[in-house]
Ligand binder design. Structure first.
Ligand code: UDP
Ligand code: MG
Length: 319
């Protein structure tokens, strides 16, 4: 079987209600682009009938395939699996919930044919999100811009087209705490953004809890920056310097004026303050050690339980 020109990979986790409407909009777009395409769903451990819906779709349309994980591994890992199984000269990554308008794929492909290796959808407004979430997103981008080793284009997410060259590089990056947005930027290549408006999620609910998002943000920073580790060196120096200065101050004061015994509150407060700092710094080191541990175990990124359709069966993956 010849490799298709375009692959669309779609991670799905409990999205059975989305797949029908998605397909209704995606198919005409792909049909306009040409006959040579495939769609690969990555079923990320869904507990509803997502896989059955995909299975019956793939019976009517052989260009649809799927791989199904043995459990929920998370969207980032699902994307990695999608890249392993896509065979197209260009790969489009998109969500199943129609927040990423399928019609944009035509614009992506156009740019790709103009010579861009990476075309990302750039969301123009985040007004669909709560103010708190937007605030945190903004803070994250600012922190990342300040401390990360690479720049992230603001508003660029997973909705994008990646040329085969880029896909092959991404596939060599087997890190476990995956932060795709950072990886896309890290590999470089000629990139461009296409603005689009994120649509509201009409079917189903978001799979990201606040806790998951927070972990994700920390993964992102930790994967591309060692500043959280280095902060403590500088802070340590600063605190040592302050304590020497304080010691000198008390020495001179005692020599000149003698001693009295107040000062217990300040003692307790400083003990608490510095134990807090130490625990925090240990915690940060622990976060990195935990990531090193996850990497050295060298477990596979994901476990495939089932494959559906032609595309997934003749995968180029080792797993
Ligand atoms: N998703 C996934 N695994 C997960 C969580 C989400 O594959 O553990 C998929 C989900 O089915 C959807 C996409 O990732 O296709 C984006 O998820 P969602 O819409 O919940 O995220 P949001 O748009 O709120 O960022
Ligand atoms: Mg969504």
């Amino acid at each position: 079987m010849a490799s298709p020109k375009l692959s669309v990979i779609i991670p799905v986790h409990n999205e059975s209600a989305c797949i029908g409407p998605l397909w209704k909009r995606l198919f005409p777009v792909l049909d306009r682009i040409g006959p040579s395409w495939e769609v690969v769903f990555i079923d990320d451990g869904s507990r509803d009938d997502t896989l059955d819906v995909i299975r019956s779709l793939s019976r009517t349309e052989p260009r649809i395939g799927a791989i199904s994980f043995s459990r929920n591994f998370g969207k980032e890992i699902a994307i990695a699996a999608g890249l392993d199984h896509a065979r197209g000269s260009a790969v489009v990554i998109m969500d199943a919930d129609l927040q990423h308008p399928p019609e944009m794929i035509e614009a992506f492909v156009e740019r790709w044919q103009q010579g861009y290796d990476m075309v990302y959808g750039q969301r123009t407004d985040r007004s669909d999100e709560t103010r708190v979430k937007r605030g945190f997103a903004h803070l994250f981008y600012r922190l990342f811009a300040r401390f990360g080793e690479i720049g992230l284009p603001e508003g660029a997410g997973d909705f994008r087209l990646v040329d085969r060259k880029g896909v092959e590089v991404l596939r060599t990056m087997g890190e476990k705490a995956r932060f795709s947005k950072g990886l896309y930027a890290w590999i470089g290549f000629k990139s461009t953004g296409v603005p689009f408006a994120v649509e509201e999620r009409r079917i189903g609910t978001t799979k990201w809890s606040f806790r998951k998002l927070f972990r994700f943000a920390f993964d992102g920073i930790a994967a591309f920056s060692t500043v959280p580790l280095r902060i403590w060196t500088y802070l340590g120096f600063l605190i040592s310097f302050l304590s020497i200065a304080t010691a000198l101050y008390f020495l001179i004061r005692t020599l000149l004026f003698g001693t009295d015994l107040p000062g217990f509150p300040s003692l307790i407060i400083s003990i608490m303050f510095f134990s807090g700092i130490q625990l925090m710094s240990l915690g940060i080191i622990g976060e990195y050690v935990g990531r090193i541990f996850a990497e050295v175990k060298r477990r596979p990124l994901y476990v495939v339980a089932e494959r559906i359709g032609g595309a997934a069966e003749v995968s180029n993956s080792l797993v």
